[in-house]
Design a binder for this molecule. Structure first.
Ligand SMILES: C[S@@+](CC[C@H](N)C(=O)[O-])C[C@H]1O[C@@H](n2cnc3c(N)ncnc32)[C@H](O)[C@@H]1O
Length: 236
C-alpha cells in the first residue's frame, strides 16, 4: 500500500514538473533570444548607447524636459540601454522589464534610473502611481496583451499620459509573440483618450530610424507589411 502511494506520488510529481517545463519553454526561449540580441549589441558598441532616447520621449510627442519635472515615469519593456537616463528632472524614473536580472551583466547598474524585474502583466506598483507610462517597442513582446493593457490603464494616474511606440501588422516571432493592427488604440479607450496618433512606414534600420525618416504610412497600399504606430493617450 505504502509503495503504491509512493509510486503515485512520484508519477504525479514527474507529470507536474514536465507540464511546468512545457509551459516555461517558449518563455525561456524568448528571454534567451532577447539576451542574445543585447549581448551582440554590447559587443559591437562596447557600452550600450542611450543618447537617441530623449528625442523620442520628449520632442517626438511635443513634450520638453520641463514637462517631466517632478513627475513619476515608468518605462515598460525598457531594455538594458538606460532608456530614462535623460530624465534627471523627474521625481521617479523606473524601467520595468522581466529580463532586468539578466541585463545586469550588460551594465545597467551604472545607469541613473531604477530597474524593476517584472513583466508588464504584473506591475508591482499601486493604482495611479505614475504620471507618465511609456511602452516603446515592447507591447508586441509581452505574453498576454489583455493583461498588459489592463495593467497600463491601472497604473497611470488620472490626468497622466501613456506614450506608445510599436510595430503593427507583423507575423508573430519568438521575441514578438503578439501581433495586432492599428486598431490596438481602441483597447486603451476608455479610460484613456487618444490625444495624438501617427502612422509610419517601416524603413531599414528599425523603429527609431523609421520614425526619424518619417514616411507616413500609405493606407492606400493594400500590401501586407509592417507599420509603426505612435500614439499618446491621456487618462481621464
Ligand atoms: C525590443 S526591446 C525594446 C527595449 C527598449 N524599450 C527600446 O526601445 O530600446 C523589447 C523589450 O521588451 C521586454 N519584454 C519582453 N516580454 C515582456 C513582458 N512580458 N513585459 C514587459 N517587457 C517585456 C524584453 O525583455 C525587451 O527588453
Amino acid at each position: 500500500m505504502q509503495a503504491t502511494l509512493k509510486r503515485i506520488h512520484s508519477l504525479l510529481k514527474r507529470t507536474a514538473t514536465r507540464a511546468l517545463a512545457r509551459a516555461r519553454g517558449p518563455e525561456r526561449h524568448k528571454g534567451a533570444q532577447e539576451l542574445k540580441y543585447w549581448r551582440a549589441c554590447k559587443s559591437k558598441e562596447g557600452t550600450l548607447s542611450h543618447s537617441h532616447y530623449s528625442h523620442f520621449y520628449t520632442t517626438h510627442f511635443g513634450l520638453d524636459g520641463d514637462f517631466f519635472k517632478g513627475k513619476k515615469i515608468l518605462d515598460i519593456g525598457c531594455g538594458p540601454r538606460g532608456s530614462l537616463e535623460w530624465a534627471y528632472m523627474a521625481e521617479e524614473r523606473v524601467g520595468l522589464d522581466p529580463l532586468v536580472d539578466s541585463y545586469r551583466e550588460l551594465g545597467i547598474d551604472e545607469h541613473k534610473m531604477r530597474y524593476v524585474c517584472s513583466p508588464a502583466e504584473r506591475i508591482p506598483f499601486e493604482d495611479g502611481h505614475f504620471d507618465v507610462v511609456c511602452s516603446f517597442n515592447s507591447l508586441d513582446h509581452v505574453n498576454d496583451l489583455e493583461q498588459t493593457i489592463g495593467e497600463i490603464k491601472r497604473i497611470v494616474a488620472p490626468g497622466g499620459l501613456f506614450l506608445l511606440l510599436t510595430d503593427v501588422n507583423h507575423d508573430p516571432t519568438p521575441c514578438e509573440p503578439i501581433s495586432f493592427s492599428w486598431d490596438i488604440v481602441k483597447k486603451f479607450t476608455p479610460p484613456m483618450e487618444l490625444v495624438e496618433e501617427k502612422h509610419y512606414e517601416k524603413s531599414p534600420g528599425g523603429m527609431y530610424k523609421s520614425i526619424r525618416v518619417g514616411a507616413p504610412y500609405d493606407h492606400g497600399n493594400q500590401s501586407r507589411r509592417y507599420g509603426i504606430l505612435s500614439a499618446m493617450f491621456r487618462k481621464r
